[in-house]
Design a protein around this ligand. Sequence first.
Ligand code: ZN
Length: 299
Amino acid sequence: MPELPEVESLTAFLGEHLAGRTLERLWPVAVSVLKTYDPPLTALEGRVVTDVRRHGKFLDVTASEVSADGEIGADDLHLVVHLARAGWLRWQDGLPDTPPRPGKGPLALRVRLAGPSGAGFDLTEAGTQKRLAVHCVRDPQDVPGIARLGPDPLDPGFTREAFGRLLAGEQRQLKGVLRDQSVLAGVGNAYSDEVLHAARMSPFKIAAKASDAEVDVLYAALGEVLRSAVERARGVAAGSLKAEKKSGLRVHGRTGQPCPVCGDTVREVSYRDSSLQYCPTCQTGGKPLADRRMSRLLK
Ligand SMILES: [Zn+2]
């Protein structure tokens, strides 16, 4: 799943490629991809892209009415996209002007820009669980997932004190707290594993029990892991981001491989539809964490 660093990179990529361009046609291809109906998606057609932003893991394309003499209207609309777990964005240099055929393929939404070359982008989603979400709204805050977002960890106003306040009184495990979008915007399953590994902390540690010194370490790890991932993803073409993300991860998705810090074997805890990875030596004093599936298999 694309998380903060990848969505940040896509935001910059789209900013470069879409700014000043006119949205010509939008085709929602997958049945359930469009989550809003007022204003309709067609209201974006003919508008000019004037900004592209990120809110947590959401992409927000601002589409403005621009008059013939270049004046920008006041009633902006926003195309807001959440790529979910298996969604991706593919830039296309030349799209046909005929509508794409709906089918069982991965294409979820096609956006074609005005101009002879028909450049644009496709949003695709692999797999059978279709969660990719597209919204057409007057204000990004009209999207419930955005209205709920906690602070962005890369926002300059997100201080050590602000982070400490989020953790204080929080009786959940660090792993769950870090990836809760209403606590922190943009950190998901992969980067929460990476942050906890960099901080050498157990994913099962109760947030409120972290000492001041531990909050210091966790705050530093959060900023460092995200900033270096943003740095790595910067300038990487949209199509290569997935591989780039994977190559930068130290424990996430690396069950059974050696920890790059200490050489111990990376272990996992599996849940119904996700899993977390960690290094016992670096994070849990060498002790494996309880894993429902593993203990069932070993019985
Ligand atoms: Zn290790």
